[in-house]
Structures are given as structure tokens and as C-alpha cells.
Design a protein around this ligand. Structure first.
Ligand SMILES: [Fe+2]
Length: 273
């Protein structure tokens, strides 16, 4: 099964720009890339910061941009989003009984669990007691299944102090819960605007670039993150019985390609006639 992981679109209303460019143009290019290469994906998961300021015009712009996407999509919320406005524009996106934008999507033996870590007034991630209880109940119901967990805020530190201080505050509680159930295979997050992967207390995790701007890989920086217009990207996730593979793809990269040609596999001297 193939999944697509996008994050941090930061869409602004039509006519506006962000860091010198229009996030809508980047997302349109991303949708085009997916439609050309990955229409066989079972689901496209976008892990929050759908908009930059949570305004209705930006959500409506997002709805227009996603209309041509030929893969089903699931939208999560990030710290730049506004839950009520999102729900007005996307009334069909699943929510839990309390109105948090979190849900479960089952595909064969795999269960995808989507968390809502947004709390108004803070940029850090939060999981209140009600949301943790919801997750506890869902993981209990999914005993024995391969669970892939998605959230905007990562619970783990990735060594980037400029973003780690805004990670999920309830990381210890989440870890305790995941260990107790033991059925989460991989944790996917956004928020950090960087591709990273590794393990967190024995569980695999990955984060992904934003589709617009990124955060610089400055491991010494203590203050707020530096924004850098590195190439945007998304992840192509292959879920197999033997395990899960995450490919990071920079969809605007225009590096030259050299398809294999039989007999031409010797080193070529650049610049020689
Ligand atoms: Fe973001």
C-alpha cells in the first residue's frame, strides 16, 4: 500500500504571499506531481498547518487547490490552523465526538490514526485528557493491528532546539500510552519543516518538509527557527507486511536525469567533446 505524507502548506488568501512566494503555487505543483506519479496511492495525509493564519479565504483556496487531486485526502490541523473555520469549509472531514479533528482510517491490515494536537493560543502541541482518552480507546480497539500514527506536532526531539521547544507537550503521556498498547509501528509528523527519520524509544518516526518554506538545519540555534526557501517536498510511504519505507521527494527539484543506456555506463568526462 502506498500513502503520501504532506505537511505545512501554509496557504494564504489569494493575492497574498509568504516569504516572497505564493504557497498556492507550490501546492498546485505538488498536486500536479502527485497526479503524474502517484495516483495509485491509497490516501494522501496532510499533517496540519494547512493555512498560515486560519482564515476562511485561505481554507476556501485550499479546497480549490485540492479539487484536482486524484488521490483521496485526509486533513489534520496544526498550530497555524483554526478548528472552527476549518470545519465550516471542510464539513466532511471526520471529527471525534467532541469535535476534535481526529479519526481512524482502516486499509486492510493497517490502521491509520490521525491526531488533533492544536490548542488555540499556543504554537506548541497539546493533547488534553479527552484526546488522550480517545487515542487510548482507539488503540485498544485496534489491538493486534499495524497502526500508523499521524499528528502535526512531533512528540520526539529531533535535535533542532529552535523547533524542539514547540513539540508536543504531552510526549511522556503519549509514550506511556503507546508502550502500553504496543501496536503503533510508525509515527508521522510535520511542524518542523524538515525531513528527518529515526526511532523514538524503539518506535520508528519520520517528519517531512513543508510544501512551501522550510526551517534551516541549524543545530546550534537556540532562538526561533530560521526560515529558508529550500526545495519543498513530500513523502511517499510504502506500507508492507515486512515493514514501512519512507521516501522523501522534492517535487520542484529539476536536477538533470540520465536514464540508463546499455553500453554507456562508463564514467563520462564533463566538458570533453
Ligand atoms: Fe508549519
Amino acid at each position: 500500500m502506498k500513502l503520501l505524507h504532506l505537511s505545512d502548506l501554509h496557504i494564504v488568501p489569494p493575492g497574498h504571499t509568504l516569504f516572497g512566494a505564493d504557497p498556492s503555487n507550490h501546492l498546485a505543483s505538488c498536486v500536479d506531481d502527485i497526479n503524474r506519479h502517484h495516483t495509485d496511492a491509497a490516501l494522501c495525509v496532510i499533517t496540519g498547518d494547512l493555512t498560515h493564519d486560519g482564515d476562511e479565504a485561505a481554507y476556501r483556496q485550499l479546497a480549490e487547490l485540492l479539487r484536482p487531486l486524484r488521490v483521496p485526502v485526509r486533513l489534520l490541523l496544526g498550530n497555524h490552523d483554526h478548528r472552527e473555520t476549518f470545519r465550516q469549509v471542510f464539513p466532511d472531514m471526520p471529527v471525534d465526538a467532541r469535535g476534535f479533528v481526529q479519526s481512524v482510517h482502516e486499509i486492510g491490515d493497517t490502521a491509520l490514526v490521525f491526531l488533533d494536537t492544536l490548542t488555540a493560543g499556543t504554537h506548541e502541541g497539546r493533547l488534553c485528557a479527552a484526546r488522550l482518552q480517545w487515542l487510548d480507546d482507539r488503540l485498544a480497539a485496534l489491538a493486534g493491528r499495524n497502526v500508523h500514527l499521524f499528528s502535526h506536532h512531533p512528540a520526539m526531539e529531533i535535535g533542532l532546539d529552535s523547533m524542539d521547544w514547540l513539540r508536543l507537550r504531552e510526549g511522556p503521556q503519549l509514550l506511556d500510552l503507546l508502550r502500553r498498547h504496543g501496536n503503533v509501528r510508525h509515527v508521522f509528523s510535520g511542524h518542523v519543516h524538515r525531513p528527518s527519520a529515526g526511532t523514538w524509544h524503539g518506535m520508528a518516526f519520520s517528519t517531512v518538509r513543508g510544501t512551501h518554506h522550510q526551517h534551516a538545519l541549524d543545530l546550534a540555534l537556540q532562538g526561533p527557527a530560521t526560515t529558508v526557501m529550500e526545495p519543498p517536498g513530500y513523502a511517499v510511504v510504502l506500507v508492507r507486511e515486512s515493514g514501512t519505507v519512507v521516501h522523501f521527494h522534492d517535487f520542484l527539484d529539476a536536477s538533470p536525469r540520465y536514464p540508463y543506456v546499455k553500453g554507456a555506463d562508463r564514467p563520462v568526462s564533463v566538458g570533453m567533446a
